[in-house]
Design a protein around this ligand. Sequence first.
Ligand code: TYM
Length: 335
Amino acid sequence: MDDKKVILSGAQPSGKLTLGNYLGALKNWVALQDEYNCYYCIVDLHAITVPQEPKDLRRNSLEALAQYLACGLDPQKSTIFIQSHVTAHAELSWVLNSITYMGELNRMTQFKDKSKKSEANLNAALFTYPVLMAADILLYQADLVPVGEDQKQHLELARNLAQRFNNRYSETFKVPDPYIPKVGARIMSLQEPTKKMSKSDENENAYISIVENPDAIIRKIKRAVTDSLGRIKYCDEQPGIKNLMMIYSKLSGKSIEEIEAMYEGKGYGEFKNDVAEVIVEGLRPIREKYEDLLKNKDYLETVYAQGADKAERVARKTLRKVYKKVGFIPRKFLK
Ligand code: TYM
């Protein structure tokens, strides 16, 4: 196990995971489990950068764990844990803050977007969020970080911080590489196909959750915004159709060219029916497993307890090194 390369990734428990999260990230997480030593976390510390109802956050975090497992993450193969259980994340984040420039964080497009939405109540955590994300990654000496396209800039910062720390204090961190799928790295909103699909969208018709019931899936795909060109072609001029084709391709394994050929001369109605069916069938086993897992809270507790234990050991080791290098006196324990 030790000679395997390391992967770390995570998702926010700020609602149900979406088809975007699944196709952009989780599907890869599952596929990479055998080949890599994987750490997958539920990033609850990140989630409080926007206001959360405490009881919803608790429920969403546990449900996110059930969704991870339902997608195929296996606690026998991967370390699956809740971020706030491993306090080294917040601790390393503080140290990394001290080598991060305000200008770097100001350039983050996700911060710019999110801050526009909550201008009245901008909190400092939203600003330093990418530093915490860098801490998540660097604590485990990750080689590879499987994410969707929207996280690329954050990952670039993690790389810069790793290199900067290494230059200033001597070699400490692995410099991680992003792992982004060729198709499906950016699944778009079903209502505004020029915007990414997001679990925090106010319009529920804009996204499909990975545990959505079949009727809702069919309804949402029927309502998905398309265009008036009336042809099924993968091009930027038709962002709605392009998005549906991407989803279809990722879930069915058919190439974009095959799909174009299959629907040559056919209408949007028929295409949408088929897309909906592929999604319903693709997500069915996930939803069924998820519902089963939710009945077994004890099992979920065991998984996150074991995960935190394993993650903690690795994270502490890195943090100890970091503390030593920056000049903190190691703590002495009374007998
Ligand atoms: P989050 O919770 O927004 O999303 C989780 C993962 O899903 C991907 N994703 C998408 N992929 C394709 N199409 C979409 N519409 C779409 N929406 C989301 C994201 O790219 C991500 O991979 N900051 C991160 C969580 C995080 C993290 C980390 C990730 C915290 N620490 C360390 C990797 C490593 C986030 O908010 O993801």
